[in-house]
Design a protein around this ligand. Structure first.
Ligand SMILES: *Cc1c(COP(=O)(O)O)cnc(C)c1O
Length: 356
């Protein structure tokens, strides 16, 4: 009998979340963003379930090659482009598209000797100050790419820093328009937050990630308000139940002291499974489908839960850490992080199952 923890993946939810993207951006083509092992969901699994996407966007060349070799004929985009001249023959051979975000990449591409032209997404730094050409250098970069015999179709892209927040996309849109407006080329700007909130950003291609996995890009609004369904459910069981007297302490550091007599359950799930160690007492959890809270410090292999709302609970009672019935967004908010980090942080030791 394996340890009772498992992560299950609802493939129908992936398809239905893609339909939510389509409903919000009906005229755009969709890059399914599958970087970081599809946000922890498994690259091949996500690409298979997202067969309705128009292309796949990720970071690692090896991953892109794996997807191509698995028989995927659709466009595949490397969101950070390439890192060395040696990458380019593999990219051309596998028909991959690349972001080009700096002069070094531009020069590598211009001086490559490739058997076929590489499609390029030229990236503008419109204010995030991470990757992309400065606005003043953008037009020149596009013209050089247009002149290069190594380059195929060209599209223009940028990435929003605060589409989920108060500043929104206004300044970055204005910057993009000023730098890129003169080119009649396809564009790609929108992450999940912009897909949901800013139709004026949709353009030719949108790039949703987190919403495909059923979580919300917004701190204040829940995924279910948009009709998004969680794909990953992290579940386990109680492996011990105990009575505490008033004042008894739980776990490392005795961080939680029982304020009165209470029952607690010990769950086979800890930070070595990907549950956030910094989740405090009070973080929500479902035991036998009922909402309760974790108490005390999360350890490597276990965490402890308050059984007050679940008097019937015993060893073997099912526990949902996040997913169906309890959004990872809520757990993340309690732990001071984002669902993105929880989903990506699932560790390889957790057995995985697929639900059709
Ligand atoms: C990760 C990423 C996305 C997807 O962002 P979400 O917030 O998950 O929708 C889109 N574009 C780029 C360039 C990214 O790196």
């Amino acid at each position: 009998m394996p340890r009772p923890i498992r992560a299950s993946f609802d493939l129908g939810a992936l398809r239905s979340n893609l339909a939510v993207v389509r409903a919000h951006a009906p005229r755009a083509r969709v890059w399914g963003v599958v970087k970081a092992n599809a946000y922890g969901h498994g690259l091949e699994r996500a690409v298979g379930a997202l067969a309705g996407a128009d292309g796949y966007a990720l970071l690692d060349l090896d991953d892109a090659v794996r997807v191509r070799d698995a028989g995927v004929r659709k466009p595949i985009l490397l969101l950070e482009g390439f890192f060395a001249p040696d990458d380019l023959p593999t990219i051309a051979e596998h028909g991959l598209a690349v972001a080009v975000h700096n002069d070094e990449q531009l020069r590598m591409l211009e001086s490559a000797g490739l058997p076929s032209r590489v499609p390029v997404y030229v990236k503008l730094n419109s204010g995030m100050n991470r990757l992309g050409f400065a606005p003043a250098a953008f037009a020149e970069a596009v013209r050089r790419l247009q002149a290069s015999r190594m380059v195929g179709e060209i599209a223009l892209m940028t990435h929003f820093a605060d589409a989920d927040g108060e500043r929104g996309v206004g300044e970055q849109m204005a910057c993009f328009e000023a730098a890129a407006g003169g080119f009649a080329l396809p564009r790609s700007l929108a992450n999940s937050a912009a897909v949901l909130r800013y139709p004026q950003t949709h353009a030719e291609w949108v790039r949703p990630g987190i919403m495909l996995y059923g979580c919300s890009p917004f701190p204040q609004s829940g995924a279910d308000a948009f009709g998004l369904v969680p794909v990953m459910t992290l579940a386990s069981e109680l492996i011990a139940v105990r009575e505490l007297a008033r004042g008894d302490r739980v776990g490392y550091g005795g961080a939680f002291a029982a304020p009165k007599r209470m029952r607690i359950g010990v769950v086979a799930c800890g930070y070595a499974d990907g549950y956030p160690r910094h989740a405090p007492t009070g973080t929500p959890v479902l035991v036998a489908g009922k909402r309760t809270r974790i108490v005390g410090r999360v350890s490597m292999d276990t965490l402890t839960v308050d059984l007050a709302p679940v008097p019937e609970a015993s060893v073997g009672t099912p526990v949902t850490l996040w997913g169906a019935g309890l959004s990872a967004d809520e757990v993340a908010a309690a732990a001071g992080t984002l669902s993105y980090e929880l989903l990506c942080g699932l560790t390889p030791r957790v057995p995985q199952v697929e639900l059709e």
